[in-house]
Ligand binder design. Structure first.
Ligand code: ZN
Length: 376
């Protein structure tokens, strides 16, 4: 094969990919719409559309009617033609989501189930996945991948937990964790998964720090729309930055880490037994203990945010399971950060996550979808 043939094939593949992604973005578009949008010839668009239809990825979807009686066929992706599964193994719950080719969650299962490193737990997780695959009749060809998010740092080849003191699974491999899942799986760090889900729904976000505010605090740094993992997987792991030297004990064994002050147990302790909804109800009804714990929590969280601002000067996204409760409190958080050392920070420096439904499980699933979409 000559170099020119290579170039021609690359160009053909690139055109097909542009057409496919344009159809995803537009949701429904005509041939002529693609010609105008992408600056391609009608024969090129027609040929690629035919191929995408033959692959089952794109389908005709009704007609656009124009004045004057002419109408043109609309094309959409066949959102059911591919699916991907994401799992969130958390110390207090287990979630499984199924996402279709359009990036929509079509099934979401959330069990309050403490993590116990045991055959029984992994067997149960395997049964949930097998049952989900059966229920949605997902064939092997349709299944793009299964991503398992864990509360721990994972190796760059996504096959092993490199650091997992929360779940006590440091060193465990994906083969052990997914022993009862009869499909290939990969491991993901939970906060990185949530940050990936956030990027999926935030096309204008280039640089940001994503804070996953949940039972445990997690962080992820996004630079040029990519998650920075660092040379030793620790980039963005703000939870183990020292906030109070010699302070409270963290699960990592050191004292005074951000995590020891900014996990949600610090809020719900003695008030709502781990339940954030109940905590915010009590806070909003003026419960003095809830007010004191919230004040203490915010004092620590806002020091972290102001430090991150000084280091990276980019958007700080507040996500995780706490995000849906923060709407009413965002202004107060911004005021506090301004009061520490940044009086002029713009309003939009601190934002709430856009992806609210199971971002950790969804992020692990969306990884496969993103990879697929870019290589069609
Ligand atoms: Zn720590």
């Amino acid at each position: 094969m000559t170099i020119n043939n290579h170039v021609a094939l690359d160009l053909k593949a690139a055109n097909r990919n542009r057409i496919f992604r344009a159809i995803i973005s537009a949701e429904r578009i005509t041939k002529q719409g693609l010609v105008e949008l992408l600056g391609l010839s009608l024969p090129t668009v027609t040929q690629n559309l035919n191929e995408l239809v033959a692959q089952g990825l794109v389908c005709e979807n009704g007609a656009f009617r124009y004045t004057g009686g002419r109408s043109a066929k609309g094309y959409s992706i066949d959102s059911n033609s591919r699916k991907t599964i994401g799992i969130d193994i958390n110390r207090s719950h287990l979630s499984v989501v199924v996402i279709n080719l359009a990036g929509e969650i079509i099934s979401s299962l959330h069990e309050h189930r403490p993590f116990i490193k045991s055959d029984e737990y992994y067997r149960h997780m395997g049964e949930l996945v097998v049952e989900t695959v059966r229920k949605f009749t997902i064939s092997e060809q349709e299944l793009l991948g299964i991503g398992i998010s864990v509360q721990g740092l994972v190796s760059s080849d996504k096959s092993q937990v490199k650091y997992g003191p929360i779940l006590g699974n440091t060193g465990d491999t994906v083969n052990e964790i997914a022993k009862y899942i009869p499909y290939p799986c990969e491991l993901f760090h939970d906060a990185d998964s949530a940050a990936f889900a956030e990027l999926w729904v935030s096309p204008d976000t280039d640089n940001a720090v994503y804070l996953s505010l949940s039972t445990n605090l997690g962080g992820s740094v996004i630079i040029n729309r990519r998650i920075r993992t660092g040379d030793n997987f620790f980039a963005g792991k703000v939870e183990h930055m020292t906030l109070r030297p010699g302070g409270e004990l963290c699960y990592c064994g050191r004292r005074g880490c951000v995590e020891a002050y900014c996990n949600t147990s610090r809020l719900t302790e003695g008030i709502s037994d781990g339940r954030l909804d109940l905590f915010f109800q009590k806070l909003e009804s003026g419960n003095p203990r809830a007010i004191a714990q919230w004040d203490n929590y915010l004092e620590n969280l806002t020091i972290l945010i102001s430090n991150l601002h000084m280091l990276l000067d980019c958007e700080v996204i507040l996500g995780g399971y706490m995000a849906p409760f923060l709407e009413k409190h965002l202004d107060g958080i911004i005021r506090r950060v301004r009061g520490i050392n940044c009086p002029d920070i713009p309003e939009n420096l601190i934002t709430l996550a856009n992806y609210k439904n199971e971002p950790i499980a969804a992020g692990a699933a969306l990884y496969y979808l993103d990879r697929f979409i870019h290589k069609v």
